[in-house]
Design a protein around this ligand. Structure first.
Ligand code: AMP
Length: 571
């Protein structure tokens, strides 16, 4: 793999799965995890011995040990929400850091060198707080986050490299587990420019799964009200698999086993498409807005690229084709595109010779500004108005300044609140934090201040406020945001995480199979259950004897058997 000194990896830190990749002379290359797979489920749990487990093993334990396992935490980045794993509490940043740590150690094992620098992808719609939280997660994991890359930008980079010579307008549709992003990018003479981004931070494949869960609960009737957490997890797992099956078949049947009964639950693709109409409708608006913001019409779009596992649903492709009159491309695996593109960005950062021709610019996906009072009469002011400083879709890095003045003579300080959003009233926008700037006391006139917003390539905001009369600048750290972690918080969490015992890698395959067997035990009844129990005991005995050949043989047999069992539950 050549010289890996100063290797920069690309990381797709997804809601459902995460991937890690590196740019080499052969282009972007995905790095497999300890189990030889590219996709590491973004799931973290505690083992029975209270060790941390990450990935596939943890995912299997979602069903059997829901109270010791956490998933889908990406959407809570930058919030104060705590996830309880047994008695321990974690924030989304901590859990993401554990996923990042696991990817980092997989990459180190595979590349044979330390991995300390990374590019991490985030949804274009992640706000400033969520971006800073992603940086924090990287730091907690012991990674220097060189920059964040918007997921659709990464996608276009992965696809765009083939067509550097051409002039193309791309529309990237990214429907992942929890987020929906649309971006329009233009490529001309080796310059890739993101023209616009739009999206919905609370729409993803998991919402389609939720609808199926409701449908299945309706089919179960009263029985659904009495399900415990384990059975609920099982039903959700079946619903998710039913959703995937419906991407290939017209109908699906799943077998749900509860207490002493077994029920067949069915769903036709046509009905699935009817009951998810509301979700489908929410896809249209961001697509239309992205086109409008780019100053384009639907006809101007040359290529449509699909990213994210949920774009495998035929209905998504149908909607996009109908709206844009272009058939979407999916030559790259929609699960892998973002990681591949993030590695291209890593290659650009390290000035890899294969990427000489490429330059890239990106845009700020939302408007950033402050609150301002507007004069309504000689003596009255109305507060709560939004004053944009950096407008949506400005090419970044960007730095813009606005001048404001105190409202009263003799005023000592100015209190500003920073917002992100598109509404003229701040109350409808996202509050990023408040800042206080002391100004020279002036009893005869008003004091002016220059407010400078600088938005860097990762989409992270810095605010500088200068009082005009004395030219004193205050570099203001945005405070008062309950979601943000301070540097000392980050350092503390880094130390705490380092103390946690991570489940040993060589044992993780065995643990994964044990977890799968236990999950299968939970979800089946009767003779099959007894047989699974028998297999569990047998596997434990083989593990105790510590003969590697026997262990490998039994692992491979168990895997085949469990795969067949899984297939028999969803058909
Ligand atoms: P991502 O965050 O990109 O990994 O997206 C994962 C989402 O895609 C999850 O909600 C999956 O259930 C969904 N997904 C993956 N494969 C399929 C499929 N074949 N059909 C429908 N949805 C899928």
């Amino acid at each position: 793999m050549g010289d890996n000194v100063g290797t920069v990896v690309g990381i797709d830190l997804g809601t459902t799965n995460s991937l890690i990749s590196v740019f080499t002379d052969e282009g972007s290359v995905l790095i497999p995890n300890g189990s030889g797979k590219y996709l590491t489920p973004s799931v973290v749990g505690l083992s029975d011995k209270k060790d941390i487990i990450v990935g596939e093993t943890a995912r299997h334990r979602l069903v059997s040990h829901p109270k010791l396992t956490a998933a889908r935490f990406k959407r809570y980045m930058g919030t104060q929400r705590e996830f309880k794993l047994g008695k321990k509490s974690f924030r989304a940043e901590d859990l993401s850091a554990l996923v990042l740590k696991s990817l980092k150690s997989d990459a180190e094992a595979h590349l044979g060198c330390p991995v300390e620098r990374a590019i991490i992808s985030v949804p274009a719609y992640f706000n400033d707080v969520q971006r800073k939280a992603t940086y924090a997660a990287g730091k907690i994991a012991g990674l220097k986050v060189e920059r964040l890359i918007n997921e659709p930008t990464a996608a276009a980079l992965a696809y765009g490299l083939n067509s550097v010579e051409e002039e193309d307008t791309f529309l990237v549709v990214d429907l992942g587990g929890g987020t929906f992003d649309v971006s329009i990018l233009e490529i001309f003479s080796g310059v890739m420019e993101v023209r616009s981004s739009a999206g919905d931070a609370f729409l993803g494949g998991e919402d389609f799964t939720d609808v199926i869960v409701k449908e299945f609960e309706a089919q179960l009737g009263k029985e659904a009200d009495k399900l415990d957490d384990i059975k609920k997890g099982l039903l959700r797992d079946l619903a998710n698999r039913a959703k995937m099956k419906l991407s290939q078949s017209d109908d699906v049947t799943v077998r749900f086993q509860n207490k002493k009964s077994e029920k067949s639950l069915t769903l036709k693709r046509e009905h699935f498409e009817e009951i998810t109409k509301k979700l489908q409708d929410r896809l249209r608006k961001p697509i239309q807005r992205a086109i409008m913001d780019a100053g384009m019409r639907a006809e101007d779009i040359d290529r449509v690229v699909m990213v994210g596992g949920a774009t495998r649903m035929p209905v998504i492709r149908k909607i996009v084709t109908r709206l844009l009159k272009v058939f979407p491309e999916h030559s790259l695996d929609p699960d892998e595109v973002i990681a591949l593109g993030s590695a291209v960005q890593a290659g650009l950062l390290t000035r890899h010779k294969a990427l000489d021709e490429i330059v890239m610019t990106d845009v700020c996906p939302f408007t950033l500004g402050t609150d301002v009072a507007v004069q309504t009469s000689a003596t009255t002011y109305e507060t709560g108005h939004f004053q944009p400083v950096i407008e949506r879709n400005t090419v970044i890095p960007a730095s813009r300044v606005v001048r404001n003045a105190t409202l009263q003579k003799g005023q000592q300080k100015l209190e500003l609140t920073i917002y992100q959003g598109e509404s003229p009233r701040v109350i409808e926008n996202v509050r990023l934090g408040t800042i206080t700037k002391y100004v020279p006391i002036n009893h005869t006139g008003y004091e002016e201040v220059d407010i400078r917003f600088t938005y860097d390539v990762s989409g992270v905001l810095e605010v500088l406020v200068t009082s005009v009369s004395d030219q004193k600048t205050q570099r203001v750290v945005i405070e008062g945001n309950p979601g943000s972690l301070s540097q000392s918080d980050i350092d503390k969490r880094f130390k705490e995480l380092a103390k946690l015992k991570i489940h040993p890698k060589d044992k993780s395959e065995n643990a994964e199979l044990m977890a799968r067997l236990k999950a299968a035990y939970e979800s089946h009844l009767g003779d099959l259950r007894t047989h699974i129990n028998h297999l569990l005991t047998q596997f434990e005995t083989v593990l105790e004897k510590q003969n590697d050949t026997d262990i490998q043989l039994m692992r491979s047999e168990l895997r085949t058997w469990l795969d067949e069992l899984d297939a028999a539950d969803v058909f």
